[in-house]
Design a protein around this ligand. Structure first.
Ligand SMILES: *Cc1c(COP(=O)(O)O)cnc(C)c1O
Length: 845
């Protein structure tokens, strides 16, 4: 039995504030709950829904009588209402009209620790994307799965072994509600081999964005099918396929059942790529042929990949796929091998069905998540556009960003609020950097120390709980806390928290153990390294890394200096990225697609010490006398890369990080220790250079301006007049397949080898293309190399159809000077292209 309080009428807004994940980004809202009853608030670990269920009635009644509290509630409510008011921020109105909707699919969403349906960076990125879309007024709906047991809860025992705990979440304790149409709850059904699977649809509100989550744990389903959505990334390959079928196929059906007709579709990582098949099926069922349907769907679709290595791609055995797509074949009007061919990776193991391949073929726009990763992903998928050099293929990048308000520390949030009330809407502008440049050094330092002190208190409490569970003697706990007990401005705290996947190399710091021990012993300031993170339950090497860190944390040389904190989640992440002095990241280049935790640290003035990979390769900024952190040089390919990079890391710590932290001004009246003025200048530089560029508003704006707008337009173009352009594209691709090999070109006039300024520089090419109209060819000149490379597009000036022959003129620019190399090529072109080389073909002359 649970007796719940009744909410006094004066507090009804609390109920709505608890039911919208707006609280995950608004401290003002979270503080309200803390004020009503701090004890209950601490007990529910940040979950407002549970808080309102467990609150003592007396505290509620007291709050309802407290006029100061009611004023705060009214202010927070006003803030929420203003946020949700239907208006676009900035110029986005002209980018995406009110009649458009963008569907955003992802296997995980991380909004807040109270809704634990994420495992790491991918999910938190998806959560931040929704929050920023809400900020900007981008009309976006999310689609995902509701995992009854979440990812898992982590418990580390006295030997350092990780024990995953799977506990059912009680849905009535979560900020979710059944999605309804009219008053009827929405359910979808998906055909699986030999049976139907039903999923209930739930909704999560994040400001003004709604995310729909599917849940198969309903009475209609068999016991096995009820478990499909129990665990994020749990189970075997079959279970994973079932989840992905549900997410892709069921997700599209959920939107339709709700009456939502998206005009652009964003697939965030390959897990949701089956949505492509379902959308094709919708069109073929209505009579369109398979190929035009494929093109119509792809035109409106953007695919974001996060995987920098082929081995990381999600693949399935063909017979498993075949069994699962069988029920769709009649509608699709094609055979199983045709569907299977959509998932072949031309560069690798041709036998497995690859979700990235399906996503690439089913989308017309594709991107990686940082500059480095975009390049790597373009190379990796080069075989999809076989004749196009990787640097010119359509796989581009949009660098990730983080939702600033969610991760910014309390004092900086207050300071921004006080200086510029609407700062949240201007994150991408240079002005925000200026705001930071004006912060007084002593003030910035005291804000940092207050975040650090808050973190230290939390770490001590967590260490105590862990230690008690280990049954350790009290003296061991004291030893573990011996650095944390010192004044917070004295010791240097380095944080490393993320998934314990092996490529992230949590153990790199310990590759030269003796040297690290010496560094700790001789450092002028005490050092403490804080580690946290979960290893996937099936990842043995990842768990071995956890054990290694655990053992070091008990080793007398490292005890107190190396801490392992269990149960990494967004709550702990928020505190760590605000309170550490240095944020460490040591991925194997180029495996870190982005690495957003470093951005969270940077916006708080925490200095990054990181391998120059992912976002940091473009985020690291060093100028005369000031920088925003340090880069460890990657040495990919070297047999002893770990040794070299560990050496670089320790050298940086020893010769740069620690000395910079150690340097203090002479003591003053109000700062007895003396301020580390140079360190503070670096902190300020970190905020000023990272916050305006690596925030989620900039990211969503980039997606909207570069990709959503074009997906909406292309989707409409291909669908017009009974899918005329989609049919035209399908026919054109067939022609290309049959006749491209016969395309030839010859230069019929070109500039001489020495030309004078002012001479007309033009090149004429004659193309012959049996079976392909000359209008479908374009000639190009590529001038120069590297940074000086320019592409000049030619014009068709004469053509005959019998035989198919065209005369093209390329007019070279007048500003050429000196020695210029050029290359000539022919590419196919069509009115439906979103990228000039997406057809993958190119003939060089
Ligand atoms: C930001 C975040 C991540 C992502 O961290 P990386 O730097 O990409 O490894 C993972 N987990 C949590 C809880 C986070 O907040």
């Amino acid at each position: 039995m649970e007796v719940r309080p009744s909410l006094p009428p004066a507090l009804t807004h609390l109920n709505e504030l608890a039911g919208n994940l707006h609280y995950s980004r608004s401290r003002a809202v979270r503080d309200l709950f803390d004020r009503v009853d701090a004890v209950t608030w601490a007990q529910v670990e940040g979950n407002p829904v549970r808080f309102l269920q467990l609150m003592p009635q007396a505290s509620l009644d007291r709050a309802a009588d407290d006029s100061a509290f009611l004023a705060e509630l009214a202010a927070a409510w006003r803030g929420f209402e203003e946020h949700c008011a239907d208006q676009r921020v900035g110029a986005l109105d002209s980018v995406i009209g009110a009649d458009a909707t963008v569907a955003y699919f992802c296997a995980e969403f991380g909004f807040h620790e109270s809704l634990p349906i994420y495992s790491g960076g991918l999910g938190i990125l998806a959560g931040d994307h929704c929050k920023a879309a809400s900020d900007l007024g981008v009309p976006l709906v999310g689609v995902g799965l509701l995992y009854r047991q979440g990812y898992f809860q982590q418990c580390i025992d006295a030997e350092g072994r990780q024990h995953p705990r799977f506990e059912d979440l009680e849905f009535s304790h979560l900020p979710i509600r059944p999605a309804t149409r009219g008053s009827a709850p929405v359910e979808v059904r998906v055909e699986f081999p030999g049976r139907m699977v039903t999923a209930q649809v739930w909704e999560v509100r994040v400001g003004r964005v709604v995310v729909y989550l599917l849940d198969t744990d309903v009475a209609d389903n068999t016991a096995a099918d009820r478990e499909i959505t129990h665990r994020l990334y749990g189970g075997d390959r079959r279970r994973r396929l079932e989840q992905e079928m549900l997410l892709g196929v069921g997700g599209v059906r959920a939107l339709r059942a709700l009456g939502i007709m998206p005009s652009a579709w964003h697939i965030n990582e390959g897990h949701a790529a089956f949505s492509i098949l379902e959308r094709v099926r919708e069109l073929t069922r209505d009579g369109l042929a398979f190929d035009p349907a494929r093109h119509a769907v792809a035109a409106a679709t953007l695919f974001t990949t996060h995987t920098p290595v082929p081995a990381g791609h999600d693949t399935f055995a063909p017979d498993l796929i075949e069994a699962h797509v069988q029920p769709f074949l009649a509608d699709l009007g094609v055979d199983a091998p045709t569907v299977l061919s959509l998932g072949t990776d031309p560069a690798h193991d041709g036998k497995h069905f690859n979700m990235t391949a399906l996503a690439l073929r089913g989308s017309r726009q594709h991107n990686g998540v940082s500059r480095v990763h975009g390049t790597v992903a373009a190379q990796m998928s080069q075989a999809f556009w076989p004749e196009v050099p990787a640097e010119e293929n359509p796989l581009t990048h949009v660098t990730n960003g983080v939702h600033v308000e969610t991760f910014l520390n309390r004092d900086l949030t207050r300071l921004f609020d006080a200086t510029r009330r609407d700062w949240r809407n201007h994150l991408h502008e240079a002005g925000i950097g200026e705001l930071v440049e004006r912060i007084d050094p002593a003030r910035l330092w005291s804000m940092h120390l207050s975040a650090k002190a808050h973190l230290v208190d939390d770490l001590k409490a967590r260490l105590q709980r862990q230690s008690e569970r280990f049954g350790e003697a009290h003296v061991r706990l004291k030893q573990r806390c011996r650095v944390l007990e010192q004044p917070v401005d004295d010791f240097l705290m380095v944080g490393f928290a993320r998934r314990f996947a092996t490529y992230k190399r949590a153990g790199l710091l310990f590759r030269q153990r003796e040297r690290l021990a010496r560094l700790i012993e001789t450092s002028p300031r005490p050092l403490v390294f804080v580690f946290a993170g979960k290893a996937h339950p099936a990842d043995e090497p990842g768990q071995a890394l956890l054990k290694e860190v655990h053992e070091l944390s008990a080793d007398p040389r490292f005890a107190g200096h190396v801490l392992l904190i269990e149960g990494y989640d967004m709550g702990l992440a928020r505190r760590l990225v605000a309170g550490c002095d240095v944020w460490l990241n040591t991925p194997e280049f180029p495996m870190e697609a982005s690495g957003t935790s470093g951005q969270k640290a940077g916006i708080n003035g925490v200095l990054n010490l990181s391998v120059a990979d992912g976002w940091w390769a473009e985020g690291h900024d060093h100028r005369e006398g000031v920088a925003n952190g340090w880069s460890i040089s990657p040495t990919p390919g070297a047999a002893d890369r770990d040794v070299r990079e560990a050496d670089d890391l320790l050298t940086l710590l020893e010769t740069e990080v620690i000395p910079l932290f150690d340097r203090r001004e002479a003591p003053a009246d109000n700062v007895p220790e003396g301020l580390p003025l140079e360190w503070i200048a670096w902190q300020r530089h970190a905020i000023a250079t990272i916050l305006p560029r690596f925030n989620a508003s900039r990211m969503v704006r980039d997606y909207a301006e570069r990709h959503y707008r074009r997906a909406i337009d292309a989707g409409r173009l291909l669908a017009q007049d009974g899918y005329r352009a989609a049919k035209g594209r399908a026919e054109f691709e067939q022609l290309l397949a049959a006749h491209w090999a016969g395309v030839e070109g010859k230069v019929i006039s070109a500039p001489g080898s020495i030309m004078r300024q002012g001479d007309s520089l033009s090149i004429e090419i004659e193309t012959t293309s049996p079976g392909l109209p000359p209008q479908s060819l374009r000639c190009e000149a590529v001038l120069g190399d590297g940074a000086f490379r320019r592409i000049v597009v030619g014009e068709l000036i004469e053509s005959t159809d019998e035989p198919m022959r065209g005369r093209h003129r390329i007019q070279l620019p007048e500003d050429l000077a000196g020695e210029v190399d050029y290359w000539l090529r022919i590419v196919p072109t069509h009115e439906t292209l979103l990228h000039p080389y997406e057809l993958g073909r190119m003939v060089w002359l």
